[in-house]
Ligand binder design. Structure first.
Ligand SMILES: [Zn+2]
Length: 1079
């Protein structure tokens, strides 16, 4: 199929798309196809470019390296002939006989074809997508899988994807050879990668440092010439997948120079001209650097200092399918015709893929954007339309109003076919939500949220939203969850569309949070921007905190702050206890490193320490400080210290002193506490802090640190109040509590606000237990207590039987979030137990624990029932399906039947429960039935739900079919790994999935080209093993079959296997006794 198609010639990338899908459906032998592919690739290359490859190159190139190696030639048109020859000679590679022919339609088609093969997958290495998609994944998965055993320690994996990314960059950097014939930029002025380099950070992150050392030192753009204003005109061709553009940039030359260096990647600057002092100058040459992602215009004449010039450039590029830069996104018309929209995604460093620009957050300018588009398409950008003019050939020109001063990564345009709903916020901002055609009503929920959020933030920050309109738009192919482009926020469909009949409450809640998050960025990020990506957490940590403030305001019934703890806080702790975590503020330079820090440390830990700070200085001062910070730095850029300064001024507290230990060090402390009754009403507390480690070992030298910990304490006298607060800034400290009697309990860290774990003395813990049982302790304290206890058990500081006894006192628990915490912890235990013969006993324990709450809730939502009870019902019933409750499974089967035959539609909240119940013991007929359901829906949310539930099947043969299904063209590449993971985390599928991987690792590597998806897959395939033999087997396997870019994942997962093994060895006996005796 492949072969024939290639022989026939590929003319459009659209065909390549189809090919790709056909290829997936047929499930061809990838290895064979690949060798054929290579052969014909070279043939095609020869035909198209009239290349004459040396035989050696032809036999060793694989499609990807060929792809990478041919790309940069686009950029070579203007580089000097000598350099080009040098490149070719040194890389022993073929060169086009005539570079003028490079942009022929054939060339475009050629690239488009092979990009279609690999680009889609490579695009998924964006870590921003990773974090956001993962968030959804956790929420959805926690109620799908056998035990939802997705551990929350993924962020270090991003290192793997970045080394993959770096490899790509290394390939593409071949077009310009740095060195003797590449003149140094005379005016290049080195700026620090980040404004301040904390020594400790560098010392701590040796791994990172090593990585940095392996590469040439990264340099930011020189600032001798800076832009003030861009006029940007873009004309996408939605059929040929190309675009042409023009910029007219007003520049300010600060120092005399004959060179202008700016960012450009994968675009060709066709012409450039600088105008100043009434004369026009053309650059003698344009030198591209793919490594640095820059283009340097070299003039023969020196431009004097303090010159105001105008730089004209025209350029062309491909409307790519990499979901970055200016790219194409596929959709279908009502008649089923396949069409494409043109969409942008620039954060962090991809504006340079769309137009030549100074693509750094601190180099801000204003923008006048114009689009030339087919007359029947919707055209959107950051600002409202200023003027529209008809043009010949069915086109029209749309000019948008001037933007405020802003960073390039926030510029956006969209051209496509959409419906929309609109409204106005009470402070007069026009809000529109754009949806796929015919799905207008699915935008109403997001519209309602957005119109309410704008005035809320206006009031909260005391600064009005600076733009006249706010558009939200659902994009069908979208790498991230959502992107905060100023005035034009783009979303993945599942993060914005609500279908009242088919959207679960959980999803709706996620959408509210996402909308709240992106709109918070309009102030925090867009109005005030981090100076450099080292301070990215200022954007992400802050927005991740504020999204909860805002949803709490709009939907108090969600009790969202309690959910913050299981959603953000405990996940941050789990990741941050690993040896390969990293500090919040992390020095980054090259784009590949920047990608790496869109991780759970920036988001979850960032939000958690801001919540701690918010609690420490109080709401009023926090708000005052925020207003001060935003007002002082509006339209400017900041570092972390600027935020501390403002909050310090507002609160008169030593914010910087307290916070620097949390943002500049990785990890967090465990506070151990003992108490002694002194007088009848006086209790002495002895507190110690040291670094908490996942394996219970003492922190390595240089890894330990002293944190400034704001500690609060509550007592049984007033469980919801604070008895005392103090700063624990030494390794050891004694504190006296007044008015505490001998029988009173003491709770450290009430509200689970402090970013640390607590380890109580056995006596103190014993005193707390009755308060849990009687639910005297508030929910967040019950939750924090159990989560800390499980962490102690995993680290070997406490026994599993002890914690199960503790869980037993939660039997009367009513709070959804507390149940989530219990469920997450039991899930980890479930993995261990799946390696023993205790499964039946554990299921009995589980049924016994969850049945009372299930009985209270029943299957039918009560009229006006509270939000959390709805969430709790699906959590508990799904658990009981896992724990093999006959009664629940029977009921679920009946309901599924009525759903399928159309008698009674299942509520979206209970679908996962029922899908799982039927699949768990289902036969082939059920499997086929589920596939039909999958094929019948066009709602992405429902497709996710079904495809991930398939992994629950109890039949290994069917599980194997699930893997084949995941690999087929029916599942989008961006989703398929999640489906395989669902199989791998099912104990029944664990060994089979690992065998599948071992047999097919080469093909998988071909398919995914390394990258984060493959890393994730590897992680979940192996980390649930629990024996030294497996650890060794995995190690040996990857030693013999190294997969570049997944090294860290592998060693991390191997470490987890050993942690599991140690846990099992330590506790199996007492676990057996406990489970058998308690049942
Ligand atoms: Zn964000």
């Amino acid at each position: 199929m492949y072969k024939n198609a290639l022989k026939g010639g590929i003319r459009t990338a659209k065909q390549a798309w189809k090919l790709k899908n056909e290829f997936g459906k047929l499930n061809l032998d990838l290895a064979k196809a690949n060798s054929d592919f290579q052969e014909h690739l070279c043939e095609a290359a020869r035909l198209i470019h009239n290349f004459s490859p040396p035989p050696a190159a032809a036999t060793t190139l694989n499609p990807v390296s060929l792809l990478l190696k041919t790309n940069p030639s686009d950029n070579r048109r203007h580089s000097d002939e000598h350099t080009r020859r040098k490149v070719v000679a040194s890389h022993n590679r073929w060169t086009p006989n005539n570079s003028r022919r490079l942009l022929t339609p054939d060339k475009t088609a050629f690239n488009a074809c092979f990009r279609a093969e690999t680009g889609h997958l490579n695009a998924l290495i964006s870590s921003k997508q990773f974090v956001k998609v993962q968030k959804q994944f956790y929420r959805d998965f926690s109620s799908v899988s056998l035990g939802a055993p997705l551990k929350n320690s993924d962020a270090p994996l991003l290192g793997d994807l970045c080394s993959q990314y770096r490899a790509i960059l290394a390939h593409t950097s071949a077009d310009v050879i740095p060195g003797e014939n590449h003149p140094q930029h005379q005016c290049q002025q080195r700026r620090g990668i980040h404004s301040q380099k904390p020594q400790q950070v560098l010392k701590e992150d040796q791994h990172h440092q090593r990585k940095m050392a392996q590469k040439a030192e990264f340099e930011r753009l020189p600032t001798n010439v800076v832009p003030r204003h861009y006029e940007l005109i873009l004309q996408p061709d939605l059929k040929a997948f190309t675009f042409t553009g023009k910029t007219i940039v007003q520049v300010h030359v600060k120092e005399p120079t004959s060179q202008i260096t700016l960012n450009a990647l994968d675009i060709t600057i066709d012409s450039a001209e600088l105008q100043f002092e009434c004369s026009k100058f053309q650059p003698e040459k344009i030198v591209y650097s793919a490594e640095n992602e820059t283009a340097t215009l070299e003039f023969t004449k020196e431009i004097p200092a303090e010159t105001a010039g105008v730089l004209y450039m025209t350029f062309t590029g491909e409307l790519n399918d990499k979901m970055k830069g200016f790219y194409r996104s596929k959709y279908f018309t009502a008649e089923g015709e396949e069409r494409y929209a043109g969409v942008t995604q620039f954060e962090a460093t991809d504006a340079r893929r769309c137009f030549p620009c100074w693509d750094e957050p601190a180099i801000k300018a204003t923008f006048d954007i114009t689009l030339v588009v087919p007359k029947d398409r919707v055209a959107l950008s950051n600002m409202p339309v200023l003027k529209e003019d008809p043009l010949p050939n069915g086109l029209r020109r749309v000019r948008f109003d001037r933007t405020p001063v802003m960073s390039t990564y926030l510029v956006a345009v969209v051209v496509g076919e959409y419906d929309y709903v609109e409204g106005k916020s009470e402070d007069g901002v026009l809000v529109r939500v754009f949806t796929p055609v015919g799905k207008r009503e699915q935008g109403t929920f997001a519209l309602e949220v957005a119109t309410k959020v704008l005035p809320y933030y206006k009031d909260y920050f005391n600064i009005a939203y600076p733009l006249p309109k706010m558009d939200l738009i659902a994009i069908s192919d979208f790498s991230a969850g959502a992107m905060e482009n100023w005035g034009l926020v783009t979303y993945r469909e599942t993060f914005v569309l609500v279908d009242p009949k088919n959207t679960s409450l959980m999803r709706k809640q996620s959408i509210a949070l996402t909308v709240g998050h992106e709109i918070a960025h309009q102030w925090f990020g867009n109005l005030v921007t981090m100076e450099w990506w080292t301070h990215l957490w200022l954007n992400e940590g802050y927005a991740s905190f504020v999204e909860f403030l805002c949803v709490h305001h709009l939907f108090p019934e969600y009790d969202i702050w309690t959910q913050f703890v299981t959603d953000m806080y405990t996940r941050a702790l789990e990741l941050d206890s690993l040896k390969n975590s990293h500090p919040i503020e992390v020095p980054v330079g090259h784009p590949s490193e920047i990608d790496e820090i869109f991780d759970e440390i920036s988001y979850n830990k960032g939000a958690s320490v801001i919540r701690m700070l918010h609690d420490y200085i109080g709401e009023d001062d926090f708000r005052k400080g925020m207003n001060l910070y935003l007002t002082r730095h509006q339209y400017g850029n900041t570092c972390t210290e600027d935020l501390w300064t403002a909050l310090q001024e507002a609160s008169s507290k030593k914010v910087a002193d307290v916070m620097s230990s949390w943002t500049q060090h990785k990890g967090f402390p465990v506070v151990s506490v003992e108490s002694e009754q002194k007088e009848p009403k006086q209790r002495l507390l002895r507190l110690r802090q040291c670094k908490f480690t996942a394996d219970g070992s003492t922190a390595e030298q240089g890894d330990d640190c002293l944190w400034v910990v704001p500690v609060s304490v509550s007592t049984s006298k007033n469980p919801t109040g604070i008895a005392k607060t103090f700063l624990l800034d030494k390794p050891y400290m004694e504190v006296v509590l007044e008015n505490v009697e001998e029988d009173d309990w003491i709770k450290i860290n009430p509200g689970t606000v402090g970013y640390y774990r607590t380890r109580y003395s056995p006596e103190m813990l014993e005193q707390l237990m009755p308060a849990v049982e009687k639910m005297e302790l508030p929910p967040l304290d019950r939750l924090g207590l159990i989560d800390d206890m499980f962490a102690m058990v995993q680290a070997g500081h406490a026994g599993t039987a002890e914690v199960l006894a503790l869980v037993d006192s939660y039997r009367n628990e009513t709070n959804y979030t507390v149940w989530t915490a219990i469920t997450n912890s039991l899930t980890n235990l479930h993995i261990l137990i799946s390696h023993t013969d205790l499964m039946d006993d554990f299921h009995r324990f589980g049924r016994c624990l969850y049945e009372p709450v299930a009985a209270r809730l029943g299957w039918e939502p009560r009229d006006g029932e509270n939000h959390l009870d709805t969430l709790l019902r699906s959590l508990v019933l799904t658990r009981l399906v896992s724990f093999r409750s006959e009664e629940v499974i029977e009921m679920a089967r009946n309901r599924f039947r009525s759903h399928v035959n159309g008698t009674s539609l299942l509520p979206a909240d209970l679908r996962t429960t029922c899908y799982k119940a039927v699949l768990q013991d289902g036969d082939e007929a059920i499997f086929e039935e589920m596939l039909n359901l999958y094929r019948a829906t066009d709602l992405h949310e429902e497709q996710d739900r079904i495809s991930r539930a398939l992994g629950c099947s109890g039949d290994v043969k069917l599980l194997r079919r699930v893997i084949d299904f995941a690999m087929s063209g029916e599942v989008r590449a961006q989703d398929s790994v999640f489906v395989i993971v669902a199989v791998a985390i099912n104990p029944k599928g664990r060994d089979m999935a690992w065998e599948f991987f071992k047999e097919n690792n080469k093909q998988l590597l071909e398919r995914y080209q390394g990258g984060f998806l493959l890393s994730r897959l590897i992680k979940y395939l192996i980390e649930n093993f629990a024996s030294e033999e497996r650890a060794k087997e995995v190690e040996d396997f990857f030693q013999a079959n190294p997969i570049p870019g997944t090294e860290r994942t592998v060693s991390q997962a191997v470490e987890t296997i050993r942690l599991n093994a140690a846990w099992l060895l330590r506790d199996q006996l007492q676990l057996t006794t406990y489970l058998r005796e308690s049942n």
